[in-house]
Write a protein that binds this ligand. Structure first.
Ligand SMILES: *Cc1c(COP(=O)(O)O)cnc(C)c1O
Length: 403
């Protein structure tokens, strides 16, 4: 039944998208929302009845189904049940929430921490609570969508600097009025490219131009630094980041988002950020799982060693076959394909050979820079990685991406 048979802009937008989806499905090139039937660990999945090597996981340290983490979640259900009484400020705060926030604060070398129901909600709410009309935000062009949305929602003057381009950032800071509030914000590890923000220079610029600094550690928590505590450990540079944001849904096998910062910022956010005040608290099992996962990371540093070896093997192997992996230095490995259709085609070839990777196309990345966005984790075995690279290499040759 078609209630809206008019040819207005909404109808046209929906039609353009559904046409594209039908075309891709017809050619067996549609990989959006493929249901995973079973997650065997962070290195294997069952999809359409076949067990495939998993190269699209954010579980960088292979913590999914870790016995200690599962046990903590189960114990929390036995103690608190499966939900909360509502929002944090109205009877929704449990001891497991305050414990988790203390664990995060310690892990991130901060005075305090606050949690939200997702990383997306965290960025949206925190940026729009701290910043407002008349203030200035400076955001890397490749920052995650949740950061962009938070900036737009805040109504600030929104300035975007070229990716990791510190000269451009400095120019924009210089041009802003000296008496306004300023916030510089960037991903630590960029979610589509895998490269790392130049933190030392960013910190220096923030000091010079009196700007606050917020860093999103979605892809560096558990990944950067020998202990896996993130970007500050990686650069051995503590104290320069005012607002340390991260998610509990990637390396940490749970759900939720956090900010770690000084006590006053956290108190302010608890009283002023709307996603905290008006949305339900994290379920006890998820809070307990996250809390235990931070402890496991510190107790099992060998996982980080393994992740680094696997990352080196994967990037080195793909590069030696002639693939362009852009500037990645981390477990997020873009395999540049060019146009969207080539990225879809290599995905199909890989999945037919039981390597589960996914493409990223425009508008998520600029046109012409469509890619496989492959990831490795500590759960992979070097021989499995070797096989996955063989499959990707064969497909790349067949499609003319490499020689
Ligand atoms: C995944 C991601 C988020 C959002 O986190 P969720 O907990 O999944 O909502 C925010 N920022 C970056 C850089 C991310 O990659």
């Amino acid at each position: 039944m078609d209630l809206h048979n008019t040819d207005d802009a909404v109808t046209r937008r929906i039609k353009a998208l559904t046409d594209r989806v039908s075309m891709l499905k017809e050619h067996d090139l549609y990989f959006y929302n493929q249901p995973v039937e079973e997650l065997l660990d962070d290195s294997k999945v069952r999809v359409r009845g076949r067990v495939m090597g998993m190269y699209a996981s954010y579980g960088y340290l292979g913590l999914l189904n870790h016995p200690r983490i599962n046990a903590a979640a189960k114990a929390a259900i036995d103690k608190f049940g499966t939900g909360t009484n509502g929002v944090r400020s109205l009877a929704g705060t449990l001891t497991i929430h305050t414990e988790l926030e203390e664990t995060i604060a310690n892990f991130k070398h901060a005075e305090a921490a606050i949690t939200y129901s997702s990383g997306y909600a965290t960025n949206l709410s925190v940026i729009s609570t701290l910043m407002g009309r008349g203030d200035y935000v400076f955001s890397d062009k490749l920052n995650h969508a949740s950061i962009v949305d938070g900036c737009l929602m805040s109504g600030t003057e929104f300035r975007r600097f070229r990716h990791n381009d510190m000269e451009h950032l400095e120019g924009l800071l210089k041009n802003a009025p000296s008496d306004v509030a300023k916030l510089v914000i960037a991903d630590s590890v960029f979610s589509m490219d895998g490269d790392i923000i130049d933190l030392p220079k960013t910190v220096e610029l923030c000091k010079t131009y009196n700007a606050w600094l917020m860093i999103d550690e979605a892809h560096s928590l558990g990944v950067l630094g020998e202990k896996g505590t993130g970007i500050e450990e990686h650069f051995n540079l503590y104290g320069g980041i005012d607002i340390k944001m991260g998610t509990l849904s990637k390396t940490i096998p749970s759900v939720g988002g956090y900010v770690a910062a000084n006590k006053d910022i956290i108190t302010y956010l608890r009283h002023a950020s709307r996603a905290y005040i008006f949305s339900a608290a994290l379920p006890p099992a998820q809070a307990a799982a996250a809390n235990e996962a931070f402890k496991v990371i510190l107790d099992e540093p060998e996982r980080i060693v393994k992740l680094n070896l696997n990352t080196k093997q994967f990037i080195g192997g793909l590069k030696s076959m002639g693939f362009d992996t852009m500037l990645t230095e981390t477990a997020i490995v873009p395999v540049l394909c060019g146009d969207d259709m080539t990225a879809f085609a290599i995905t199909r070839e890989a999945q037919l050979n039981d390597v589960f990777v996914l493409p990223v196309v425009s508008p998520a990345v600029p046109e012409g820079l469509a890619r496989l966005r492959a990831t490795v984790t500590a759960a992979h075995d070097p021989s499995e990685i070797e096989r996955a690279m063989d499959v990707i290499g064969e497909a790349g040759k067949k499609l003319g991406i490499i020689k």
